[in-house]
Design a protein around this ligand. Sequence first.
Ligand code: ATP
Ligand code: MG
Length: 335
Amino acid sequence: MVKGKEIVLSGIRSTGNLHLGNYFGAIRNFIKMQHEYNCYFFIADYHSLTTHPHPKDLHANVKQVLVEYLACGIDPEVATIYIQSDLPEVAELYLLLNMNAYVGELERSTTFKEKVRKQPDNVNAGLLTYPVLMAADILIHRASYVPVGKDQEQHLEMARTFGNRFNRMYESELFPEPVAFNFGAQLVKIPGLDGTGKMGKSEGEGNAIFLADGPEVIRKKVMRAVTDEGPKMENQQKPEVIQNLFTMMNVVSRQETVQHFEEQYNTMKIRYGDLKKQLAEDVIAFAAPLRDKILELSANDAYLQKVAFEGADKARESASKTLSEARRLIGFRSF
Ligand code: ATP
Ligand code: MG
């Protein structure tokens, strides 16, 4: 933690193993940013409760994300890594912010509407107020930059709204306006292997390649990826399912390899079997060292405990400052 640097915050829900999309869409940015900003990376276990995980799975899910953060190269000596539920300050700020977040605006969130459609039997209040908790996550450290994927832009807008509203109500400048951040070029979206949409932790078996997958599993998943009958004419535009394989190849393979298969496609000589074999080997070469580290770290509970404890301590220092300032502005006084 370095004083004077701008503050960055981001988190990943502990809802399953991390995949190539999380790596190239989020964690790769985290690793670069940690050296240039004052970074907080957390594991969003309160957020995972909206889908009612079984109590026996909750801790293992948190551990998996912690291990994978570290395996990918987030350095706990440089960035602050912590578990959301280790900071009750976040829950208190969430309560305070809920008082001036309006039901109408929360109901208009696209993610909320989507969840209502997808899980009509479990439309809990936590789903509705998810953006308030996300705002609390960001505002508790008075963060300016939030490296997240495209899917989070609307939530971030709401965090700005809640922060600004608080500032206006209490005539303060407590909360800066957080903005989305991406290092370098355009945002990447890694597609799922089932041909449409994005790779996701909870999109079902076979859609995602996990960082912890072994070579055999990766080969099987890639070989099963959806394709079509092949190009019908030279230099044609690629349909989505084929473009997806190239998008993945672009992040894991050498440029010459990508160019070779582009040429094969454009001259209609391509054999998807060859493309997939190469893609599988390149994914394996990328994932193998991460997998080794994941296995090694998973066995080192003493180290994980140390990282989690120290991270919580550092995060709490910043969180409690913001919270007491918010309480003071609202008018709470002790006798
Ligand atoms: P879930 O299915 O539980 O929502 P997820 O795989 O979408 O899981 P999140 O925890 O929602 O993962 O997101 C973590 C981070 O990874 C976010 O910054 C998100 O934008 C990014 N991300 C998730 N999936 C992809 C993807 N396929 N391509 C690029 N970035 C992604
Ligand atoms: Mg998601």
